[in-house]
Design a binder for this molecule. Structure first.
Ligand code: GH3
Ligand code: MG
Length: 337
């Protein structure tokens, strides 16, 4: 058995090294891990992603390999927290199951005692007091354990509920931006990866918008950081009002946002960008304390559609480059790749 597995592992390792040479991939440990996993066939998502890159004749450049490693081999803080929670749930369940088991054994013993006693009652009734004592003892023991079981069950329901809330909190905190309460950069990365995988499978269009507030430094300098924060919240809300259910809005960085638009070709994505841009331009701000009217802010937007098999970082870079051109072209405009 061990030898069989060793031979299999050697085959996967050999095939991995061949593939790395064929695709001109640097033979470092991370890349080896990717290709070993590919040849072992353990991870069908990884396999499909690599097959698509190959069938699209794309290069396994540094970015593609980096994305593959990040996507399939790094476990995040959230995953570790989730793992801890699932271990605790399992421990609680095991303990309760143990108690249920012992209660069952008690009941069986009690039943056996009852039978034994009823058998003895037919003949001699003199040891009745002793038999009743025995029955009482077992009934008490059973009641004691049942009570403990009942209490423990209640406690474990509580524990599991609390763990459920912790799980929700961990998930929410890990994926939400504290200031604007929209998805954060991490959530964006995950959703981008998932939607790209879906688009690769379905062949549907998939667009991304990279959005940046114009001259925001100047805005902060004039109106103060707190007013700036309010504007970030309002811009986030405006973005959300201008998308559909399947789309995702995220805060990408300081004053940068992004929108993922599944099933959206480039012209429609540019139209969404222009709607967002105009909606933002129309926003009227007043300061919280003095209710003073504040300058409006404008957005520059870069749009790019996903090309099946390309590295996600490359796709985002294309949208970023379009955003840069929007800035260069005078700001408050949408450009696409
Ligand atoms: P450009 O049109 O070229 O994008 O100019 P800009 O001033 O917006 O760009 P720059 O990158 O020079 O400055 C970004 C500013 O965004 C600087 C920083 O004060 C502000 N900013 C980033 N994050 C936050 C935030 O969380 N709150 C506030 N109020 N401002 C932020
Ligand atoms: Mg800016």
């Amino acid at each position: 058995m061990y030898l069989e597995r060793l031979a299999e592992a050697q085959d996967h390792a050999g095939a991995a090294i061949d593939s790395m040479a064929r695709h001109r991939v640097a033979p470092n440990p991370q890349n080896f891990a990717i290709w070993y996993e590919y040849h072992s066939g353990q991870n069908s998502d990884l396999r499909r992603t690599i097959d698509i890159v190959i069938s699209n004749h794309r290069e396994f450049d540094e970015h593609t390999l980096h994305d593959l490693y990040e996507d399939f081999f790094t476990s995040t803080k959230e995953e570790l927290a989730l793992h801890g929670i699932s271990v605790k749930v399992q421990d609680t369940l095991n303990e309760v199951l143990g108690l249920v088991d012992s209660a069952r054994t008690d009941a069986a013993t009690y039943g056996a005692t009852l039978q034994d006693v009823s058998g003895q009652l037919v003949g001699d009734i003199s040891p009745l007091a002793a038999l009743i004592g025995r029955l009482l003892g077992e009934a008490h023991e059973m009641a004691r354990r049942s009570e403990r079981l009942g209490q423990r069950l209640k406690q474990s329901v509580q524990t599991i509920k609390t763990l459920g809330h912790t799980l929700d909190d961990v998930r929410r905190e890990a994926t939400t931006d504290g200031l604007t309460e929209i998805a954060n950069r991490r959530a964006f990365d995950t959703i981008l990866r998932e939607t790209a995988a879906e688009a690769m499978n379905s062949g549907d269009d998939l667009a991304v918008l990279m959005i940046d507030i114009d001259h925001f430094k100047c805005f902060n300098d004039t109106w103060g950081h707190q007013t700036g924060d309010e504007v970030l919240r309002l811009v986030a809300a405006t973005l959300q009002q201008n998308i559909r259910g399947q789309d995702t809005v995220a805060r990408y960085g300081g004053e940068g946002f992004t929108v993922i638009l599944p099933m959206t070709p480039i012209d429609a994505a540019v139209a969404v960008g222009n709607n967002i841009r105009r909606a933002c331009e129309r926003l009227q701000f007043v300061t919280r304390d003095t209710q003073q009217a504040v300058d409006t802010v404008t957005l520059s937007i870069g749009v790019a559609c996903y090309e099946p098999g390309e590295a996600l970082s490359n796709w985002v870079r294309r949208a970023d480059a379009a955003l840069y051109r929007a800035k260069q072209g005078g700001r408050n405009r949408v450009m696409f790749d």
